[in-house]
Every structure is written in structure tokens, then in C-alpha cells.
Design a protein around this ligand. Structure first.
Ligand code: ATP
Ligand code: MG
Length: 423
């Protein structure tokens, strides 16, 4: 047997219906806020991520699927979406369009990670980006769009954690001070943090090892190094969000895994999954486009981990998607087969979900099949009844059965399925 690649998943029905619905709602809400979809390639030049995500990050240092194509070019399966959006912005001259430019994306990402719940080697992200706006209002809009989307899925217990990373200059001063304060304890840091000390010291703040966390808790927070400008920016973001009724938790230790973020950074945490399994991460990246060779165009956005999001969807949302009633159609005999499929065609136009029996089961076996398919109603097209212009409709939920004239069938099915009948 050939097995799927480690860390990848098959998403089977009915779970795939949840994915489709979540994506449909994402498209509806984000498009409503003006963020229309950009479809990006899964393959990018490796250099794109080295230069944007950053060499010292976990992603670039150890998580990328990088290989040479047949002509010896180094390609990478994209580990995230923002770098590709930035590349596409520059390459397609989106700076010429009315600013700011709003974009959304949905699709698979690849990272070579240790598999565990909520951590896969192929996973999907849903993200939006707004490019060309320095104003804190853009940050507010992005967070409002995120909040609106999550609320539409029925979430009411998610926490938005937010921090101010200041500008890159502020961060240089912060990192110097962080290292000063941690220097005496350097030996007590974990192996990963010893490495981060030189390559990406900011990530020490994000270490999940308990002792590292204790040491970090004793250091001065990054917010103490943030310029007045950056401070006002992020304060205005949180104030506007409060006005909109959206609570954010300020977390002065929050950093993100990518080098390009500055000022506003945020995460969505699910109480169910806990602090170490973040559902969504985002932030502002005003230097990214210029770092990649474009003009100075600011940006802000987020990426939701769709696998993790689906894992914690509210029960009521799942039920609303998965409990769709089914009409089973059971044609008995050759002449009824085409009539059965024709009936399915009419009913799906009316918005019903149908299953037609296509293997030639008998009445008895067919009724069992309908029950196994959890059908609400089964329409039995027997040869004799069809000759009389009738079909038998059996309501499996109420255990009732009746003969219905073919010309009345649609109306009757509608009544039964929507529960508007008056018996
Ligand atoms: P983590 O700290 O969990 O490794 P991250 O900081 O690497 O996350 P981001 O690069 O910010 O994650 O990606 C945004 C979101 O994508 C994450 O919040 C998460 O929901 C999701 N995500 C990231 N890596 C994975 C993965 N390997 N499997 C499933 N989802 C993932
Ligand atoms: Mg990660």
C-alpha cells in the first residue's frame, strides 16, 4: 500500500464540507471588506523566503521544503503567504492601482516540522493583507475583519493577544538590552535559545521551555524601548478596537516567528488549544516590500491556520453545516432509473441534497441503504406507481408513507423537508 507523505492529511467528507463552508464565509466576509482573492503559486524561488521571512527564523533555518529543479534552480514550496503577496505586488505593479491594495488568499503551505496535533507538514492558511496604508486605521480594519470572520463562525471565546514591536531601530536597542540582562543566565537557556542568541535573539521570548520563560519574565519588555510614534500608533489601534467592542489583551512578551514584523503584532489564541497552539498570527510589515526591492510600501495582515481553526469550530457551526437533510431517491426497475436522476436534477435546483440509488437495489435493500445514508425522506419510484403517474414518499423521520402525484412531488418534498406541512 502506498501511504500519504508524513505530516500530510486526507480531508474526507463530511469534514471537507466544513472546510468548504469556512472558506466560503472567509471569502464572503473578507471580500465584503474589500479583500478580493489573489491566487499565488505554491512554488517560489528560495531566495524570496530567505530575504523576507529571514535567515535566522525557524522557518528558513529548518522548516522549508527546498529542492533544485531540473535546471538546478533552488525552489521552495511556500511556507507562508505574505512573502508571495509582496513579491506579486512588486512583480505585477500593484503599486499603480489605487492605494491601498487589499488582498486575500487561501491555500496550502508546507513546513518540515515534527508532527503533532495541530502541526502538520502541509497545512492551509487563510490570510488577508492591506498594502499601502501607514495609518493605524488599516490595522484596525484588518483586526475587525478577522474578528467579524471568527464571529461569523460562532466563536465567542477567542482571545486577541497584541503587542508593539516598535520599529526596527527600537528593536536593535531592545535586543542589546535583552542580551545584557540575560547574559549572566546564558548557560541556563535551552540549546535552541543558545543558538537564537546569535541568529535571532528576539525568538528567545517565544521559547516554550519553562526555564527560558522564567528568565525572560525577569527582563525588561520590548514596549519599554518603543518610540513615541510607534507607541501612539499601537495605542490608537487598541483604542479603536475597544470602541468597536473588540477586546485585546496586551502581551508585552509577544513576538512572531517572522523577521519582517514591526509595530502591531497579534495572535489569536483558543482557550481549548492553549497558548502554544496559536490559531492566527499577524502584524505590520512596513519594510517588507522595500526589502524585496520594491518601493517603500507599508503593509499589515494575518494568516489563520485553517487546520487548527477547523479543529476548534463551535459545535453549533459544525451542526449547521453537517446536519443538512438528505432526500434519497430509489428507482425500482429500468424505466425508473432515468426518472430518478431527472428528479434529483429538479430537487437539487431547489436546493435539496439528494442521493440516488444507482446500483439496482431492491425495495428492501434500498430502504436500508436510505437509512444508512441518514436520509430524511425516500422517494420510491416503483414501476407500477410510475405508470399511474405517482411515486411513494416515505418520511423516514416520522415513519409515515404516502402516494404523491408526480406533478405534486416537488412541492410535497419541499413541505416535508422544510417542516411546513400541515398534517
Ligand atoms: P507556531 O508558533 O505554532 O509554530 P508560527 O508562528 O510558526 O506558529 P505563523 O507562521 O505565524 O505560525 O503562521 C500563522 C498560523 O498558521 C499559525 O498561527 C498556525 O495557526 C498556522 N500554522 C503554522 N504552522 C503550522 C503547522 N505546521 N501546522 C498547522 N498550522 C500551522
Ligand atoms: Mg512555527
Amino acid at each position: 500500500m502506498i501511504r500519504r507523505v508524513k505530516g500530510t492529511r486526507d480531508i474526507l467528507p463530511p469534514d471537507s464540507l466544513l472546510w468548504q463552508k469556512v472558506e466560503a464565509i472567509a471569502n464572503e466576509i473578507f471580500s465584503g471588506f474589500g479583500y478580493d482573492e489573489i491566487r499565488l503559486p505554491a512554488l517560489e524561488p528560495t531566495e524570496l523566503f530567505v530575504r523576507s521571512v529571514g535567515e535566522g527564523t525557524d522557518i528558513v533555518a529548518k522548516e522549508m521544503y527546498t529542492f533544485e529543479d531540473r535546471k538546478g534552480r533552488s525552489l521552495t514550496l511556500r511556507p507562508e503567504g505574505t512573502a508571495s503577496v509582496a513579491r506579486a505586488f512588486i512583480e505585477n505593479g500593484l503599486g499603480q492601482r489605487p492605494q491601498p491594495v487589499r488582498l486575500s488568499y487561501i491555500g496550502p503551505m508546507w513546513r518540515y516540522e515534527r508532527m503533532q496535533r495541530g502541526r502538520y507538514r502541509q497545512f492551509a492558511q487563510i490570510g488577508i493583507e492591506i498594502l499601502g496604508a501607514y495609518s493605524p486605521t488599516a490595522d484596525v480594519e484588518v483586526l475587525l475583519a478577522l474578528h467579524t470572520f471568527l464571529a461569523a463562525l460562532g466563536f465567542d471565546d477567542l482571545v486577541i493577544a497584541l503587542n508593539n514591536l516598535g520599529d526596527p531601530e527600537d528593536r536593535v536597542r531592545f535586543i542589546t538590552e535583552l542580551k545584557n540582562e540575560l547574559a549572566v543566565h546564558k548557560d541556563e537557556l535551552c540549546g535552541d535559545c543558545q543558538r537564537r542568541w546569535d541568529t535571532n535573539p528576539l525568538r528567545i521570548l517565544d521559547c516554550k521551555v519553562a526555564r527560558c520563560g522564567e528568565l525572560v519574565a525577569e527582563t525588561s519588555p520590548i514596549t519599554a524601548f518603543v518610540s513615541e510614534d510607534a507607541k501612539q500608533h499601537v495605542d490608537r489601534v487598541t483604542e479603536s478596537l475597544e470602541t468597536l467592542g473588540i477586546t485585546v489583551e496586551r502581551n508585552p512578551r509577544l513576538v512572531r516567528g517572522l523577521d519582517y514584523y514591526l509595530r502591531t503584532v497579534f495572535e489569536i489564541i483558543s482557550p481549548e488549544l492553549g497558548k502554544n497552539t496559536v490559531i492566527c498570527g499577524g502584524g505590520r510589515y512596513d519594510r517588507l516590500i522595500s526589502d524585496l526591492g520594491g518601493k517603500a510600501v507599508p503593509g499589515i495582515g494575518f494568516a489563520i491556520g485553517e487546520d487548527r481553526l477547523i479543529d476548534v469550530l463551535p459545535q453549533s457551526f459544525k451542526e449547521s453545516v453537517l446536519d443538512r437533510k438528505i432526500v434519497a431517491i430509489l428507482p425500482l426497475g429500468d424505466t425508473a432509473v432515468a426518472a430518478g436522476l431527472g428528479l434529483a436534477r429538479v430537487l437539487i435546483h431547489r436546493g435539496f441534497k439528494c442521493r440516488t440509488e444507482v446500483t439496482g437495489r431492491s425495495l428492501k435493500a434500498g430502504l436500508k441503504w436510505a437509512q444508512k445514508n441518514k436520509a430524511s425522506v425516500v422517494i420510491i419510484l416503483g414501476e407500477q406507481e410510475m405508470q399511474q403517474g405517482e411515486a411513494i414518499v416515505r418520511d423516514l423521520e416520522r415513519g409515515q408513507q404516502e402516494s404523491v402525484k408526480l406533478e405534486n412531488l416537488n412541492a410535497r418534498i419541499s413541505e416535508i423537508m422544510t417542516g411546513t406541512e400541515t398534517v
